[in-house]
Design a protein around this ligand. Structure first.
Ligand code: SF4
Ligand code: SF4
Length: 341
């Protein structure tokens, strides 16, 4: 058993550690929102951090891929590029599935041609996730190999134990952080790794939902799913785009000019949704995916077929966020319908 990249930190040393880290980094973490909400946002007061929570948070997608991103300003032929902020940030207390979603976003944005805005942000971010020992009722992360714990993809991963956390190093960035704050961390005993393994098993055992994605993919590939399936789904869809916006791995965007005069303005990238009619509409009104059924079909085929073909994993981390759809067109329900079709 590998004790080398694992350490122990006492639970009551987490806040002092964050306090130290805050001198070097901006920390984004789960903090109280309105009412009983918990949000993922900048940690101003260390005591505000919520470490043990059993609630769905907005995904961190917006931190790396902002909903509205100013790319450059133009004034006739003068172009001034907006540079993304490049100071060090720590995303602390992420769910495991959200770390996996950042890996999926990275695979998309760092393909050629590389998106330098995304790249610059990613390079300056350290990802620290906490193993979900009490996964949400709506999660199916194990089916997408995105949780409740991770084997890779994190910089540091914390497993909650009694009065302590087991901390695992997943990257050079994580190793540097441990090295720089070494006095917070104790060496680990082999028994603590066994304890961690038990915690992993128990967490997996608490997941209520699972999807056999290979069956879903096979049924689509074998063309068993007729177009009428998507037409029926579309009857319940109002094309609000919420499922795309809330999804931590959806990357649809549009690029528009925000003109201030005939020759001045900003070029801006904004989130879009492939279910929107305008997403594929071309000049003159021609549209290769005219009907909502075609667009919904495309959205699911992208996640369940094309992403698997390109990257060998589905375009989904099983977070269950798209359960917000009041038409019941979230990934879990659609995948189940495909299996039972
Ligand atoms: S599937 Fe649901 S959430 Fe998505 S666009 Fe349609 S109605 Fe909105
Ligand atoms: S498709 Fe739904 S369950 Fe999958 S990652 Fe997106 S929001 Fe989460």
């Amino acid at each position: 058993m590998d004790t080398e990249n694992r350490y122990i930190i006492k639970a009551d040393h987490i806040l002092p550690l964050l306090r130290k880290l805050q001198m070097q980094f901006e920390i984004l973490a789960p903090i109280p929102g309105r009412g009983k909400d918990i949000l993922f946002g900048p940690l101003k007061k260390i005591e505000d951090v919520i470490i043990n929570y059993n609630q769905m948070l907005p995904s961190p997608k917006n931190i790396l891929f902002p909903q509205i991103e100013y790319l450059f300003n133009y004034e006739s032929k003068n172009i001034k590029e907006y540079k993304p902020e490049n100071f060090g940030k720590i995303l602390f207390g992420l769910h495991s599935c959200d770390v996996k979603s950042i890996k999926i976003l990275s695979d998309f944005f760092l393909r050629q041609p590389i998106d330098n805005y995304f790249k610059s942000r990613l390079e300056n971010i350290t990802l620290i996730n906490i193993v979900c020992t009490n996964p949400f009722d709506t999660s199916f992360c194990e089916s997408t190999r995105s949780g409740p714990y991770l084997k890779s993809g994190f910089d540091l991963q914390l497993t909650p134990m009694e009065n302590k956390y087991l901390i695992e190093i997943g990257s050079q960035k994580g190793a540097e952080l441990i090295k720089n704050y070494r006095w917070f961390f104790k060496n680990i005993y082999k028994t603590e790794i066994e304890e961690q393994f038990e915690i992993f098993l128990q967490a997996e055992g608490k997941l209520n939902r699972g999807i056999d994605f290979s069956t879903v993919v096979k049924r689509i590939q074998n063309k068993e799913i007729e177009f009428s399936f998507w037409e029926t789904l579309a009857l319940n869809c109002v094309d609000c785009g919420s499922c795309t916006y809330i999804c931590p791995v959806c990357t649809c965007f549009n690029v528009v000019d925000k003109a201030y005069s005939d020759n001045t303005g900003d070029r801006v990238r904004v989130w879009d949704a492939c279910t929107y009619r305008g997403f594929t509409e071309m000049a003159g009104g021609s549209n290769p995916r005219k009907s909502l059924a075609e667009r919904l079909r495309h959205k699911f085929l992208h996640k369940l077929l094309y992403t698997i073909k390109d990257f060998n994993y589905p375009g989904c981390v099983g977070c269950g966020r798209c359960d917000i759809c009041f038409g019941h067109i979230g990934m879990y329900e659609v995948a189940k319908k495909i299996i039972n079709y």
